[in-house]
Design a protein around this ligand. Structure first.
Ligand code: SF4
Length: 318
């Protein structure tokens, strides 16, 4: 069966479209079918570059995986043995730390040896290895230490602990959802995955968003949570005034409550429809979702973003 490359809006896709048009093309069009062993080498390389992570991004991936495993274990009781990430669903702090370390250690080894490329869809590949960057053992140890520190923060976090004891009310944990916004020619398909959503026992929901990085902009977080609110109202029938969104930063051990009401939800809807219209207008053939590379320009030479772009080799900016 021939899989179609569909135009589906997501928060990350919307941001990518504005960060660099050429990187957007590489990430959503150029890589297509690069997973196939018979793909042309240039396409295969774009696929591998699309899959690359960095220590900073990967810290978040591992910590999110531990949070997901811990919450799913609470939901399913003792029968959960593993998650799609391969992390054991654990309860004690020590078990969580060990699971995180096992996953992290395997990721580093698999990437350093290049073995990840044989199963790039499932395995972790680091830009640090792919681009042969000078990263010392101490740098890797610091990344492992940061993961461990954030797992300890997660375990001690009051919201995480609250989720564990209210597991019967949890509605979603990291499920990839797809839903439609608008109708007619402006209709947009949307992907999202909520870190955790729990019923508040009074007809509303609390949406939890784990953050693990050092620099998260409030406006970006608010926009993302607005999309979650749109999903909750439109697809789950939650009243607009019964949604609470919590952003928990596990790096800084802080939390913040964000308003998600009618105005935030309307803004999210508008952002999706406007963003989708922009993406469509960049296509050669909207019905077939065909995009011509030459319609997606590079950033000016010397742009700081290029130095950390996953596609810098294929882009000629290595
Ligand atoms: S290297 Fe720079 S111009 Fe090229 S895709 Fe990446 S960000 Fe865009």
């Amino acid at each position: 069966m021939d899989i179609q490359n569909e135009l589906v809006w997501s928060h990350s896709r919307g941001r990518a479209f504005h960060d660099c048009k050429r990187a957007y093309w590489f990430n959503y069009y150029g890589y297509w079918k690069g997973w196939d062993a018979s793909a042309p080498p240039a396409v295969r390389e774009l696929y591998l570059q699309k899959k690359l992570t960095t220590r900073a991004m990967w810290t978040g991936t591992v910590v999110h995986g531990v949070a997901e495993a811990g919450i799913k274990r609470a939901i399913d009781g003792l029968n959960v043995e593993s998650t799609p990430e391969g992390l054991d669903g654990t309860w004690t702090l020590d078990e969580m730390r060990q699971a995180a370390f096992r996953k992290a250690d395997a990721d580093i080894r698999g990437s350093a040896s290049g073995e990840w490329k044989r199963r790039a869809a499932k395995r972790t590949g680091f830009a640090e290895h792919y681009y042969d960057l000078p990263v010392s053992d101490d740098d890797w140890k610091a990344a492992l230490d940061e993961i461990d520190r954030q797992v300890v923060n997660l375990h001690g976090n009051r919201i995480y602990q609250r989720l564990l004891v209210t597991a019967s009310r949890i509605r979603e944990v990291e499920e990839l959802r797809r839903f439609a916004v608008g109708s007619g020619p402006e209709r947009a398909e949307v992907y999202l995955a909520v870190d955790a959503m729990v019923g508040d026992g009074r007809g509303g929901v609390v949406i939890i968003d784990w953050k693990t990085g050092g620099n998260h902009e409030d406006a970006v977080i608010a926009a993302q949570l607005g999309v979650y609110g749109l999903y909750a109202t439109q697809e789950l029938g939650i009243p607009e005034d019964r949604i609470t969104a919590m952003h928990v930063n596990l790096r800084h051990n802080t939390e913040a409550r964000h308003p998600v009401g009618p105005s935030e939800i309307a803004a999210a809807r508008e952002a999706i429809l406007v963003g989708m219209a922009e993406m469509r207008s960049s296509l050669k053939d909207v019905a077939a979702n065909l995009a011509d590379k030459e319609d997606f320009p590079t950033l000016p030479e010397g742009s700081s973003r290029c130095g950390r772009c996953n596609f810098r080799r294929s882009c000629g900016r290595e």
